[in-house]
Unconditional design. Structure first.
Length: 123
């Protein structure tokens, strides 16, 4: 089945994560910066000093403003900081995937996608 024309330009991944996760994905070739004058990056490095408002702004930018993002990868422990945003996001594109980090293991009970699947199947 062919993808709708509105999604044909979605060709990049975006990352919101800790330094190790973002660095690893950038080394794998995920990084992209848009053309000047705005020069927007497709990643955000989050540490303990990063405000939740900055994380929410990046999440909104990657999910609503940027039409070239197909998948948003976010560390699960960071998604917990903006859980209300992640839980209410329902669009198909970009897909939001919660991933583990080196210091924080993956917990399937917290994953918003798995919660939706369980509700769909009546579990």
């Amino acid at each position: 089945m062919a993808a709708p024309a509105q999604n044909k330009d979605r060709q990049f991944l975006a990352v919101i994560g800790d330094e190790d996760t973002v660095t690893g994905l950038l080394l794998a070739g995920v990084g992209h910066v848009t053309a000047p004058p705005d020069s927007q990056k497709n990643f955000l490095v989050v540490d303990s000093k990063t405000e939740n408002s900055a994380i929410e702004a990046a999440f909104d930018r990657f999910t609503t403003e940027r039409k070239d993002i197909a998948i948003l990868l976010i560390n699960q422990h960071i998604a917990e900081r903006i859980r209300h945003r992640v839980e209410t996001y329902t669009a198909a594109f970009p897909a939001v995937l919660e991933i583990p980090s080196k210091d924080h293991p993956y917990d399937p009970e917290k994953d918003s996608v798995l919660k939706r699947v369980r509700r769909l199947f009546g579990e």
